[in-house]
Ligand binder design. Structure first.
Ligand SMILES: [Zn+2]
Length: 80
């Protein structure tokens, strides 16, 4: 399998990180990262960002959404 281009790598990075690529594509991506400092830097940043986001608590539900859900429930209950 030929080495992916830098553009390919930007699209493959998430799947590569999650181990979702078939082994040939994974190996080709790994080889690209070995020789390309730009993609390695991009990949490292992406990995850091994902670790950071994973540590953040889930955002609270928006008040308007909660109010709408409650209102619909009341309407559904009233209509049987
Ligand atoms: Zn590259």
């Amino acid at each position: 399998m030929p080495l992916p281009t830098c553009r390919d790598m930007s699209e493959l990075a998430t799947d590569y990180m999650e181990g979702a690529l078939p082994w040939r594509a994974r190996f080709a991506a790994w080889r690209h990262l070995r020789i390309c400092g730009m993609c390695r830097a991009y990949y490292d940043q992406l990995a850091r960002l994902r670790r950071l986001l994973a540590r953040m608590p889930a955002p609270p539900a928006a008040d308007a959404l909660v109010a709408e859900v409650l209102a619909r429930r009341r309407t559904d209950d009233a209509n049987g």
